[in-house]
Design a protein around this ligand. Structure first.
Ligand code: FAD
Length: 393
């Protein structure tokens, strides 16, 4: 049996970062590790986003430089090339959130189409989009909750679904796949329906459209099993991005305020078990399901690499098994996976600094709420800083 990747190898993990970028990464994670800053920071970012406060100049060379590829597709070019040199794939993610008008949804859709073309030009197999970038959240909520739509809403839903369809069609024409992000549970049923329809239409000979399933939700393992039955019956392929889920606190808070049972697991361990069970379920059905494992969790990541290595019929670089992390996070996983021949990718968010503030706030909030992950990032960065210092002295 082959040796698995060594996730402790910081030389490989941070080779793409020069000393300046490494020190900046260390400073950012150290700040997020401060309890007060960790609590206040995301709130300030959210407030700045809502009130349009001029914070771009503070962020451009700090959080933004660390977690985002650039303000435009062109600005991401050097980063994409540097990741490609390390055999790390790139998913260009136009991370603008919070648009409200049909015109801004159309503009966002056009940019997503350009990002797909850029993925193709960089020989990358995936594009991605976030549903609420191209459809109003309250419309998705009304559909999910089964409300009767007004004539205007009907028209907006038609236009929204058309944008989904244009993006999927473009991905198919380009010969790549497109992933559709998962959102809060009160928006998700509408997204599920639209994505399922697209998969049925486009995934007849390969997984063009990838759905996203969040396994912090208690109902999603059942949903996954049902989805597989539907795909078998309809004879189409499933492309699935598996994630734990990004909106834990929001989900719990809404459930508490509106007095309904929380849709998310009570403990981290339950979420972990659910994610890992789902991952192995998909693995067992790899004839029909292609896996995109979006996680920074080392145990889950190893589960997939070990399954690949145990199966003599599967190569490490089989396109059905991809592991991916967000730019600026868990480089020890991404780069060591790639170095060992596994399919490893980075989500690279991009967009004007002001427009990606909600994304940055989520990064700050999420990183500061995962004590284990934060400690791990910091330990890795310190190890590499010390290693570089000792090489020099
Ligand atoms: C490539 C990629 C794409 C992504 N796309 C999406 C997306 O489309 N939609 C989306 O929602 N998220 C998305 N995410 C974010 C993802 O859902 C997680 O929020 C994030 O990756 C952290 O989880 P983890 O598996 O990396 O690691 P871990 O650090 O092992 O897990 C942290 C996660 O566990 C869960 N958790 C933490 N504490 C508890 C608790 N007490 N009880 C129950 N559960 C708990 C939460 O989901 C938390 O985010 C994506 C992540 C990646 C890497």
């Amino acid at each position: 049996m082959l040796n698995g990747p060594n996730f402790e190898d910081t030389l490989v993990a941070y080779k793409h970062l020069d000393d300046k970028a490494l020190i900046r990464a260390h400073q950012i994670f150290s700040l997020m590790d401060q309890p007060i800053l960790a609590r206040v920071g995301p709130l300030v970012l959210e407030l700045a986003s809502r009130l349009g406060l001029p914070v771009s100049f503070l962020l451009r060379k700090t959080l933004f430089a660390h977690f985002c590829g650039g303000e435009s597709l062109q600005a991401c070019a050097a980063l994409v090339e540097s990741l490609k040199r390390e055999q790390v794939g790139v998913v260009l993610d136009y991370a603008v959130e919070g648009s409200q008008s049909e015109e801004s949804f159309d503009r966002c859709c056009d940019e997503i189409l350009r990002s797909l073309a850029a993925c193709k030009a960089y020989e990358q197999p995936f594009g991605v989009f976030k549903p609420t970038g191209i459809v109003a959240p309250n419309l998705l909520q009304n559909i999910t909750e089964g409300r009767t739509l007004s004539a205007t809403e009907e028209e907006s839903a038609r236009r929204g679904q058309q944008r989904f369809a244009r993006i999927a069609q473009k991905a198919e024409e380009l010969g790549i796949s497109v992933m559709i992000d998962a959102e809060e549970s009160w928006l998700q049923d509408a997204i599920d329906r639209w994505v399922e329809a697209l998969m049925r239409e486009r995934n007849t000979s390969r997984p063009v459209v990838y759905h996203t399933i969040q396994f912090y939700r208690k109902d999603r393992l059942g949903y996954l099993k049902q989805l597989l039955k539907t795909a078998e019956k309809g004879n189409f392929y499933l492309g699935l991005k598996l994630v734990r889920g990004a909106y834990l606190d929001k989900e719990r808070e809404r459930a508490r305020l509106q007095s309904y049972p929380s849709p998310v697991h009570e403990t981290k361990q339950d979420t972990d078990n659910n994610f890992n069970t789902a991952l192995m379920f998909c693995w067992e059905h790899k004839d029909r399901i292609s896996i995109f494992s979006g996680t920074h969790n080392e145990i889950s990541t190893s589960l997939l690499t070990q399954a690949v290595d145990r199966d003599p019929s599967v190569e490490r670089n089989d396109p059905r098994f991809v592991s991916a992390q967000l730019l600026g996070m868990s480089d020890n996983l991404t780069f060591n996976l790639a170095r060992n021949g596994f399919r490893a990718m980075k989500y690279v968010p991009y967009g004007p600094v002001k427009a990606v503030l909600p994304y940055l706030a989520r990064r700050a909030r999420e990183n500061s709420s995962i004590t284990g992950q934060m400690a791990r990032e910091l330990a890795m960065l310190r190890k590499e800083l010390a290693r570089r210092k000792s090489v020099r002295s």
